[in-house]
Design a protein around this ligand. Structure first.
Ligand code: 2U9
Length: 345
């Protein structure tokens, strides 16, 4: 029996040497000390021994058990330590590795153009205002002197939500809303830019959704010369200090008189080329003195105050400024097109 106990100790110690994980150790412990282990069986068999042999054997079995438990305990500590170290190494961050560059986007050319124009007008004392794209028929048409069945509405057919609610066809309704809110306060110098909608077939120069920017001034004693001075200051800051402007008579229901405004061709500087069709001029925006009926519908006294308004298509300005030939490139999200406007590339 004594040899058997010694063999159990020897075998146990030998097996312990090969243990590599905590789960293997648990298995070994069950094998050594569990109910079905040799040590337990031996303990039970001690009843058959003589009175003199029993304490000697008992002592021996206990010593072996304690010895094996002690070694198991030490090994357990060692294995736990090793596993913690391995987990730490797994999670380790190599701080010397070069960082991953975040995929930075860049400002869209249309937003850049809006910002550039806004900056110029803000510098002239204008305030940026905002408003909805889904609009009442009243603000989009009626308040701008385009009553129901007015023929000029045909050119601005749009997407209707209901009979009275539509996708706005121009940014002007935001000007009307602001006038209503501020009346009879003057001076009013406001600018608004945003998306507008038209029933249109898309091609290289048309889009059913595009960006507009409008500036509006309402004050006492506003004259056409104020409009011309503002336009010249804008044209020179936007397209260069040598710029000239030219006003041609036109018609809009919401302004009287109205004008189409040209700038010196930015490609040939006025000598004539393909872009300006040999005229030396390029049409850039529309403008006019606010129609007195529009002023009074918005709650201003048209006998006391006057106004001028300027409207432009952002895509057109951006296409001219950056030499873009197809309006659709603004909307198709081709990264090669967009990257040209990033300072990063
Ligand atoms: C109010 C009164 C008058 C805004 C104006 C234009 C002339 C104009 C077009 C340019 C190209 C629209 O994007 S486009 O198709 N706009 O020619 N817009 S005057 O007149 C206003 C605005 C608000 C209260």
């Amino acid at each position: 029996m004594k040899e058997q106990v010694e063999r159990i100790q020897k075998q146990g110690l030998e097996q312990l040497v090969n243990i590599r994980s905590l789960s293997e150790l648990t298995e070994l412990r069950v094998g050594c000390f569990g109910k079905k282990s040799e040590l337990t069986t031996l303990s039970r068999a001690m009843g058959a021994l003589s009175k003199a042999e029993r304490p000697v054997m008992g002592q021996l079995i206990n010593d072996v058990r304690r010895k094996l438990e002690e070694v198991c305990g030490e090994l357990e500590q060692q294995l736990k330590h090793d596993e913690r170290q391995a987990a730490l190494l797994d999670d380790a961050i190599d701080v010397t590795l070069p960082g991953r560059k975040p995929g930075l986007g860049s400002e869209h050319p249309l937003m850049r153009t809006i910002r550039e124009i806004q900056d110029i007008f803000v510098g002239l004392g204008f305030e940026v205002v905002e408003g909805p794209e889904v609009e009442w028929d009243y603000y989009n048409f009626e308040a701008l002197n385009l009553p129901k069945n007015h023929p000029a509405r045909d050119m601005q057919d749009t997407f209707y939500i209901t009979e009275e609610i539509l996708m706005r066809t121009q940014t002007s309704p935001v000007q009307i809303r602001t006038m209503e809110q501020r009346k009879p306060e003057v001076p009013l110098r406001i600018i608004h830019a945003g998306r507008v909608y038209r029933r249109d077939d898309d091609d290289a120069t048309h889009s059913h959704a595009f960006m507009q920017l409008e500036a509006l001034v309402v004050d006492r004693g506003v004259r056409m010369s104020d409009l011309k001075g503002t336009l010249l200051a804008f044209a020179r800051q936007m397209f260069g200090p040598e710029q000239q402007i030219r006003l041609r008579p036109s018609f809009f229901p919401f302004t009287e008189p109205s004008a189409e405004v040209d700038i010196t061709c930015i490609l040939c500087r006025g000598s004539g080329c393909r872009v300006c069709k040999n005229t030396g001029w390029i049409e850039i925006l529309g403008a006019g003195m606010v129609h007195p009926r529009v002023l009074s519908m918005a709650g201003y006294d048209s006998e006391q105050v006057q106004g001028f308004a300027v409207g432009m298509g952002i895509e057109r300005v951006a296409m001219l400024k950056y030499g873009i030939e197809d309006i659709r490139t603004f909307y198709t999200n081709d990264i090669r097109f967009l990257r040209q406007f990033s300072s990063k590339w």
